[in-house]
Design a protein around this ligand. Structure first.
Ligand code: 6PG
Length: 470
């Protein structure tokens, strides 16, 4: 039996791919999948139930011939060389005007290159970040597409139907030309790294200095998730503390090795922020901490060499309350840094991002979804050129109300010997960004002293050099 004119094609039927394609079918579109692995093809056909709605093949030719034109083909394959290999395999079977969408976490410069190469062949190419993990792919992810605006119209109805909804609004929007979609997803992941590091530091502090049990931690994070910290990451953190270990007695969290892996998006965020000259220290330290975590053997050896102070005492309820304020404050710093990077990248790379739209499509479906994003979207709606969230009038009271607790709890953690580099960097980012004077005048003097690098003066225009010490 032959079926034709499927509306949507998807290559890469791993968990994400299978879930995404079933979501497309549930939303009323006919979807066709392709994967070289026959088992995955069979699994999808079985899960889809009705071949007229969901079908699949291992054969690229069968796949492309089953799609209506212009074809809309999404790739959900690992980022890197494999994307190029898949595209090369597809090209002989495509027609001008077809659209390829890379839904993986590809590096944005690769997307720019692919877009330019495919444009010459008359094929549209989109980089579309997809966030929400396997469950999001099935039930509604946040989707961040960038590329040719007209070509987007072919996929818009499908993406809007399958995406997560926030109060009825689809968590997808055309973001901008070229690699805008991948760039926004990269920074999303950078913010994700920051938020994960911050939630884990607070856990450490509550456990080591506050003596909270996993059950208490579960309750604390659950309660926080009902308040202004409401977010996917806080929600799953609460869930994690309640998880029993199936292999042995006790809680699973205590059995998990403290070495965190990474696939690169956080590192790219930091690297590119440096290229743009945008400070994102909360995200930078989150990447560094994954690296520190990987040095387990060295850490164990070093631990034996140095004394650590006993944690200071603080009344439990006070500690929990200050921890909530510190986490809220630091989440704001992570978003502020990520958004400032996006604003700078938008100018540098010509993405013409609507910053409120970015915040809006993150309100549901994605890993960094949080109640806070509604406020962030409002702030950028009022001023798309807002350079930093800390300059938004609506954020001043929220930050002002928490700052003294943050200073106190960071000092408490430092004196207790509990590492809280994410909290420290968030606090110091705030302290520095809101300082009209920084001691970098001294750095300029040093540069001029040892290398005649010149300096500017406060009291008059011009470039100056001094023969120091003479
Ligand atoms: C998402 C996530 C996802 C990412 C994982 C793992 O938005 O659904 O960001 O894209 O792959 O979070 O990333 P790391 O392995 O780098 O932690």
């Amino acid at each position: 039996m032959e079926y034709k004119d499927y509306n949507f094609g998807l290559i890469g039927l791993g968990v994400m791919g299978q879930n995404f394609i079933l979501n497309v079918a549930d939303s009323g579109f006919r979807a066709f999948g392709q994967d070289l692995d026959q088992e995955k093809v069979d699994a999808l056909k079985k899960a889809g139930d009705d071949l007229e709605k969901v079908n699949a093949s291992t054969d690229v030719k069968v796949f492309t011939q089953s799609l209506s034109t212009p074809r809309v083909i999404m790739l959900l394959v690992p980022a890197g060389k494999i994307v190029d290999t898949v595209i090369d395999g597809l090209l002989p079977h495509l027609d001008k005007g077809d659209l390829i969408i890379d839904g993986g976490n590809s590096y944005f410069e690769d997307t720019d290159r692919r877009e330019a190469e495919l444009k010459e062949k008359g094929i549209h190419f989109f980089g579309a970040g997809v966030s929400g993990g396997a469950e999001g792919a099935r039930k509604g992810p946040s989707i961040m597409p960038g590329g040719d605006k007209e070509a987007y119209q072919h996929v818009k109805p499908i993406f809007e139907a399958v995406s997560a909804k926030y109060e009825g609004d689809p968590c997808v929007a055309y973001l901008g030309p070229k690699s805008a979609g991948n760039y926004v997803k990269m920074v999303h992941n950078g913010i994700e790294y920051g938020m994960m590091q911050l939630t884990s530091e607070i856990y450490d502090l509550l456990k080591k200095a506050g003596g909270l049990t996993n059950e208490e931690l579960h309750k604390v994070y659950s309660k926080w998730n009902d308040g202004r910290l409401q977010s996917f990451l806080v929600e799953i953190t609460a869930e994690i503390f309640a998880q029993k270990d199936e292999e042995s007695d006790g809680d699973l969290i205590d059995k998990i090795l403290d070495k965190a892996k990474q696939k690169g998006t956080g590192k790219w965020t930091s690297q590119n922020a440096m290229d743009l000259g945008i400070p994102i220290p909360t995200i930078d330290i989150a990447v560094s901490m994954r690296e520190v975590s990987a040095l387990k053997d060295e850490r164990v050896a070093a631990d034996k060499l140095y004394d650590r102070p006993e944690p200071l005492e603080m009344e439990k309820e006070k500690l929990i309350s200050m921890a909530e304020e510190a986490l809220y404050f630091s989440f704001i710093m992570a978003y502020a840094q990520g958004m400032s990077q996006l604003a700078a990248a938008s100018k540098e790379y010509g993405y013409e991002l609507n910053m409120a739209t970015v915040a809006k499509i993150w309100r549901a479906g994605c890993i960094i979804r949080a109640g806070l994003l509604a406020d962030i979207a409002d702030a950028f709606k009022k001023d798309n050129d807002l350079k930093n969230l800390l300059l938004a009038p609506s954020f001043v009271p929220q930050v002002q109300d928490t700052i003294s607790s943050v200073r106190e709890i960071v000092a408490f953690a430092v004196k207790s010997g509990v590492p809280v580099p994410g909290l420290c960097n968030s606090l110091n980012y705030f302290e520095a960004y809101t300082s009209s004077h920084l001691p970098l005048n001294l750095i300029q003097a040093q540069r001029d002293n040892f290398g005649s690098h010149t300096y500017e003066r406060k009291d008059k225009e011009g470039i100056f050099h001094t023969e120091w010490g003479k």
